[in-house]
Design a protein around this ligand. Structure first.
Ligand SMILES: [Zn+2]
Ligand SMILES: [Zn+2]
Length: 284
């Protein structure tokens, strides 16, 4: 259990809880600080800021931007971002690209579900029913819907998607922003850009990891998420890479509420001292 969880999702992307509930639960878990990092969405950040005040907890506004490079979907975390005024316009403009990518195949996915007799609602109705708030619709919602309203187990809901090819039909990854655009966006709104859970790629293809890491560094990458469940076994490589390149190091559980029960708040993260040093370096 760590003091600070820098990676959480709310129902503004594919998490299950409201931003307020994320903060309340972080407080109850005894954390000193928490960051909200919804996928391709800044829409929960006002509620998040209000909740930090209400529960007297430290934290930074964040986002997790999807980008596509060399056949891989990468996630870039942005921390200390602005999301109001001109920054809101920038976010809305740039993120359109990812919203289109994420929604590009949802109709196809829903049709497959309907043909199989699994759901009988429109994507909009489903979004409303599961309580998701963002403009983004995820394959996870389909699973959630099946579990809650179809009465199937999480395993069955997952199998249904895999069988129907729905898991792969839920979005078009090639249409995501480029890493360049992702980093530029995060910098433009005053944040630092951190490559999330890159251990996932390092374990799969270390040569590609090196290639992408080099390219991200040239584009202005500021940090690596060294503490994350998916970095298991290669944390030391990432820590070494971060230190050698004077990058910041972050960490978090990737909390999604009931959608991902194993990722509990603070089960990965950083210490409060590390977080304070980070804030100082960011001037936030
Ligand atoms: Zn991620
Ligand atoms: Zn995440």
């Amino acid at each position: 259990m760590r003091d600070v969880d820098m990676h959480t999702h709310s129902h503004y992307s594919d998490g299950a809880d409201s931003p307020c509930d994320v903060v309340r639960k972080a407080k109850e878990a005894g954390l000193k600080a928490v960051c909200l990092t919804d996928h391709d969405s800044h829409l929960g950040l006002d509620e998040f800021a209000a909740a930090l005040k209400e529960f007297d907890l430290d934290g930074l506004a964040g986002i997790e931007v999807s980008v596509y490079s060399h056949g891989e979907v990468l996630h870039l975390l942005g921390y200390g971002i602005n999301h109001t005024g001109p920054a809101a316009k920038t976010l809305n403009d740039v993120l359109q690209t990812n919203w289109r990518a994420l929604n590009s195949r949802i109709i196809e996915a829903m049709n497959k579900y309907r043909a199989a007799g699994l759901v009988d609602v429109t994507p909009e109705e489903m979004q409303k029913t599961v309580g998701a708030k963002g403009p983004i619709q995820f394959k996870l919602w389909l699973r959630d819907y099946r579990q809650r309203f179809g009465g199937v187990s999480p395993e069955t809901a997952k199998q249904e998607q895999e069988k129907g090819g729905v898991a792969h039909a839920s979005y078009d990854k090639k249409r995501f922003l480029s890493p360049d655009d992702g980093i530029k966006l995060i910098h433009e709104i005053g944040g630092v850009a951190v490559w999330a859970h890159s251990g996932r790629l390092l374990l799969k293809d270390s040569i590609k990891h090196e290639l992408i890491f080099t390219e991200l560094l040239e584009t202005g990458l500021d940090g690596l998420e060294t503490e994350h469940a998916e970095n298991r076994g290669v944390e030391y490589v990432l820590v070494e890479l971060a230190n050698r390149n004077n990058l910041i190091r972050t960490g978090g559980s990737d909390y999604h509420g009931r959608h991902k029960p194993k990722a509990t708040l603070g089960n990965h993260g950083i210490t409060h001292d590390e977080f304070l040093a980070l804030r100082w370096r960011l001037g936030k």
